[in-house]
Design a protein around this ligand. Structure first.
Ligand SMILES: O=C(O)CCC(=O)C(=O)O
Ligand SMILES: [Fe+2]
Length: 350
């Protein structure tokens, strides 16, 4: 496996070539070599770039171009698919300031999507939050197909990466699929971070997204060439914020709370945040690969894991423990998303 050389300054978010996980013809040794690199990154900062992922560059470009065209539409056209119209499925458009992190509005607008499920799907019929049909805009034409094709491609990629993560923990390659992700909860977002003053009226930085961790298992993020993503590093026992700048052709991967929980803190869900200082719009497209809604996520009993890490509840961005929680992944997620969109919560959540 090749580790792509990176310039000084962002060497601490490593760039990994994951080709061997994508190709059925690769040898066990080749797959293990990638897995070892992934394992090291997960034990270190919990963030890594991937290349050699095989996701079609033309599809990515098409999605990026169409997304820019959507955000450039007049506000009333974007509001035609506002999230309030998505109901329990929790889909659609929200304007700048419409989403909160730790109670503060983020300086971003965005589109929420998920697996496209019709009314006949059992979870939709049962009124399960975050499941249902997407709200696609009329304009620009083709955005619907691009989003659906991209979600399909990233779902395949996520399954392959989960096989690598399983190998990295000394587990059977199908460990996660067999227990949690054969029917994953897939959530996909397209964000536009507009330029603006670096500080809000109260003197705080004007975060595009405030400090947070992701909730599920694995996040695969496509970002444009603007930059602004920062990762909380604990390298050498020191807490510092390091940049995860754009690397052409790559995705940024990071692990979520459920993998932190499963590994008893050995693989941490690392806090991150975004500040767009570039003076132009920043586009980012996070894809969240989560356990199925009804899964109860349990610690892995594996010798490979060694000692559990200490619970980091007191240091966590929201003061919550990912280890003490009892219930299904759906329960966990609802507790989180209700805080992100308090207005919507009142209308659609149980
Ligand atoms: O836009 C980014 O770079 C990160 C977005 C993010 O962290 C999230 O949506 O969870
Ligand atoms: Fe995130």
């Amino acid at each position: 496996m090749n580790v792509v050389p990176v310039a000084e300054g962002f060497a601490r978010v490593p760039v990994l070539d994951v080709r061997a996980l994508m190709e059925p013809s690769s040898s066990v040794a080749e797959r293990l070599a990638v897995a070892t690199q992934i394992g090291a990154a997960c034990r270190d900062n919990g963030f890594f770039y991937i290349v050699g992922h095989g996701v079609d560059a033309g599809l990515q470009q098409r999605l990026e171009d169409l997304s820019r065209r959507f955000f450039a539409l007049p506000p009333e056209e974007k509001r035609a698919i506002r999230m309030a119209l998505g109901g329990r499925a929790w889909r659609g458009y929200f304007p700048v300031g419409g989403e909160l992190t730790s109670g503060r509005p983020d300086r971003k607008e965005g589109l929420y999507f998920g697996a496209e499920l019709g009314d006949e799907h059992p979870l939709v019929r049962a009124g399960t939050p975050l499941h249902g049909p997407n709200l696609f805009p009329r304009e620009p034409a083709g955005l619907r197909e691009a989003v659906l094709d991209y979600m399909a491609a990233l779902t395949q990629l996520a399954h392959a990466l989960m096989r690598g993560i399983a190998l990295s923990l000394g587990l059977d390659e199908e460990y996660f699929a067999a227990r949690y992700t054969s029917d994953p909860l897939v959530l996909f977002r397209i964000f536009n971070y507009p330029p603006g003053p670096e500080h809000a009226d109260d003197g705080q930085p004007s975060w595009g997204v405030g400090e947070h961790t992701d909730y599920g298992v694995l996040t695969i993020l496509k970002q444009d060439d603007v930059g602004g993503l920062q990762v909380k590093s604990r390298a050498g026992g020191q807490v510092s914020w390091i940049d995860a700048p754009p690397v052409p052709g790559s995705f940024v991967c990071n692990i979520g709370d459920m993998l932190d929980r499963m590994t008893r803190g050995v693989y941490r869900s690392t806090p991150h945040r975004v500040l767009n200082r570039a003076g132009r719009d920043r586009l980012s497209l996070p894809f969240f690969f989560d356990p199925s809604w009804t899964a109860e996520v349990r610690p892995i009993e594996a010798a490979a894991l060694g000692e559990a890490a200490a619970d980091d509840q007191t240091e966590r961005w929201d003061g919550q423990s990912v280890h003490a929680f009892r219930g299904t992944y759906g329960d966990y997620l609802l507790g989180k998303v209700g805080k992100v969109f308090p207005d919507l919560r009142a209308g659609v959540l149980p």
